[in-house]
Write a protein that binds this ligand. Structure first.
Ligand SMILES: [Zn+2]
Length: 376
């Protein structure tokens, strides 16, 4: 089992699916190679060697349990600084090193091991299993969106997202709202600011007003507080010219209970007010990314079943909140499926140099998924 886990994970790590450009179709071909030829599957292509895969194992009844894992990884901007080459899958002291080991080819490996368990031992699971491998989670999420829009995920009654959660039970994740803000004012000589409209100052004012309107003090028991950060800014041409244009990007992260539509409504109100206060300026807001925060009640039947499985295996039961968003954010708000974010590896390893995962952790989580399925 250990050797097999290593082999599958190493093969996946050796396929470069850094996004952009993704090339997830290469990983899909490799995954299909792990399975017998008669496995039921569907590939949805997204063009440019990108695609998502669904494997299905028929169960005794029609209820469907889903596992959704992404195949793409973030890029490697600092390859020469890695201790081991990021696409070799070197193992040392029980850990495999490489880009995507934790986020989340380890989780994908646990999914594959789970599927193989039922196929190779000729076990018909109580419920039908759907293993979903998606493209582009690290960027716009074209994979999960395409599957959702084709109604291929609608039939799931429960869904596991095997992202790295330190083997804890992830019951909530923060939302993300990314805005680009463009301000156009009026240029004038630096000695006569009164004749112009300073776009940088107006941009700053807008951002401060928007931030001031957000509830950044409200606290969630697992996720802490929402946040608001200016992450990009540009504008102006010269020291002695009042700038005509300025733009900024803000990265807003929200806890459950904060409504993104409310934030956007407020942003447009502030826009309107500022344009009325100072005729001649225009403020434009572009929504670049909008993923709502998610949460599932600890008392939900699905979560209770998972806790039972943990207890059965003598795994420590601990809840977790994820600071980052997952494919769940583009699925749950549409289909309202009970979900859990639960997988091998450490959350802190995501997107890091010398990313690694414990092989044992991958095996423990595969064991958990199998046990859950059999007893559900
Ligand atoms: Zn991930």
């Amino acid at each position: 089992m250990k050797e097999r886990t290593e082999n599958i994970l190493r093969k996946l790590v050796s396929i470069n699916t850094t996004n952009p450009p993704g090339n997830e179709m290469d990983a899909i071909k490799t995954i299909l190679g792990f399975f017998p030829e008669d496995i039921a599957y569907k590939i949805v292509e997204h063009g440019d060697n990108r695609g998502s895969l669904i494997l299905e194992i028929k169960g005794e009844d029609e209820e469907k349990i889903g596992f959704i894992g992404h195949l793409d990884t973030v890029p490697v901007p600092d390859e020469s600084n890695w201790v081991y080459p990021p696409f070799d899958g070197v193992t040392k002291d029980g850990y495999m090193y490489g880009r995507g080991t934790a986020d989340m080819k380890g989780g994908v490996t646990a999914m594959i091991l789970t599927a193989l368990h039922f196929i190779e031992n000729n076990i018909t699971p109580p419920h039908t299993l759907k293993f979903v491998f998606t493209a582009d989670e690290e960027s716009g999420g074209i994979g999960v969106q395409a599957l959702r829009d084709k109604d291929l995920l609608k039939d799931l009654s429960k869904v596991f997202i095997p992202e790295p959660t330190d083997e804890q039970i992830g019951i909530c994740e923060k939302g993300a709202l990314w805005l680009n803000i463009y301000v156009k004012g009026r240029a004038s000589h630096g000695s006569r600011p009164d004749l112009g409209i300073n776009a940088i100052e107006k941009l700053y004012e807008f951002v401060c007003r928007l931030k001031g309107n957000m509830d950044l003090e409200k606290e969630h028991f697992l996720l802490g507080k929402s946040s608001f950060a200016i992450t990009l800014i540009s504008g102006g041409v010269k020291t002695n010219i009042i700038p005509e244009e300025a733009k900024a990007s803000v990265d807003i992260r929200t806890i459950p209970g904060i409504d993104h539509e409310e934030i956007l409504k407020k942003a447009h109100e502030i826009c309107k007010t500022m344009e009325e206060e100072k005729p001649g300026i225009s403020i434009e807001i572009l929504v670049v990314n909008n993923r709502p925060p998610l949460t599932i009640d600890e008392g939900n039947t699905f979560i209770k079943e998972i806790i039972k499985t943990y207890e059965k295996l003598s795994y420590p039961v601990k809840f977790k909140g994820l600071n980052f968003y997952t494919d769940a954010s583009q699925l749950i708000p549409f289909h309202h499926i009970p979900f859990v974010i639960l997988g091998p590896g450490e959350e802190k390893m995501c997107h890091q140099r010398n990313e690694r995962i414990s092989i044992e952790s991958v095996m423990r989580m595969a064991k958990l998924y199998i046990s859950y399925i059999i007893n559900s």
